[in-house]
Design a protein around this ligand. Structure first.
Ligand code: FAD
Length: 218
């Protein structure tokens, strides 16, 4: 990363949010500013929800690794049977937060390959019915939101479904609201067949400049 970009990222996320080529915003407004800055300067983004322990990996074509691991808040709404979690929250923390109220996430299998909420959705490791809503940031820096804590049927374009299995190519997932059910009466789950794949045809609408890169660097 050159000095001009480094200065810009440090202004947005403060020095502790930049380590090598890894930029880690502390909240959603900062995430939108980072994406907007990347859009203005043509900087490719590879998303991760995990903590880059040894920062400084070589991102594709001189871009940045955008880590949302600091977006890790978990808010359980037991009465409304939903939980809202930051993309950087671990799946294990979400499980134990809802278990304290004798609840479980609808459709969340016992073994997920993904350690973090954002990755779970980016890899399509939960069914659509698990999710009540999602907040994400487009490569343009525009924040988008679908659904939320109020359970209702959605008409029209289903943004949440599009982001399931999108592998970081359509938007950066910031928070996810999951549906809950009583743990003692939970719906049985099975492993999903095959892998979900992102839909290249949608990328032009979500990421017109092609700034969102595959996260398959490691
Ligand atoms: C691009 C990239 C660079 C990395 N660089 C380093 C490094 O320099 N040093 C180091 O120690 N570790 C690095 N890691 C490891 C990483 O930070 C995690 O700790 C580790 O991969 C485990 O995280 P995870 O299982 O949650 O999945 P991840 O590896 O975070 O993600 C798996 C897939 O899901 C997508 N994805 C994940 N979160 C989101 C999201 N919020 N929105 C949209 N798509 C998402 C990714 O693009 C990727 O395709 C990197 C990972 C990635 C994907």
């Amino acid at each position: 990363m050159n000095d001009e970009l480094l200065k810009g990222f440090v202004e947005i996320v403060s020095p502790e949010g930049v380590a090598g080529d890894v930029v880690s915003p502390a909240d959603v407004p900062a995430l939108t500013l980072v994406a907007n800055f990347c859009n203005q300067h043509g900087v490719p983004i590879s998303a991760t929800s995990g903590v880059p322990v040894t920062p400084g990996g070589a991102p594709e074509r001189g871009g940045i690794i955008l880590s949302v691991h600091r977006l890790a808040d978990i808010e359980v709404a037991a009465a409304g049977l939903t939980v809202r979690a930051g993309a950087g929250a671990t799946v294990a923390r979400v499980r134990s937060a809802v278990a304290a109220d004798k609840l479980a996430v609808v459709g969340l299998g016992a073994d997920t390959g993904s350690a973090h909420v954002g990755t779970l959705v980016a890899r399509g490791e939960v069914p659509r019915r698990s999710m009540a809503g999602v907040e994400a940031v487009l490569s343009t820096g525009e924040a988008v939101k679908a659904g939320g804590s109020a359970l209702k049927d959605v008409v029209g374009y289903d943004l949440t479904a599009a982001l399931l299995g999108s592998a970081g190519r359509l938007a950066i997932i910031a928070t996810v609201t999951f549906r809950l059910e009583p743990a003692a009466a939970r719906t049985a789950t099975d492993k999903p067949p095959g892998n979900r794949t992102w839909q290249p045809g949608l990328a032009g609408a979500f990421d017109p400049k092609g700034l969102l890169r595959s996260g398959a660097l490691r």
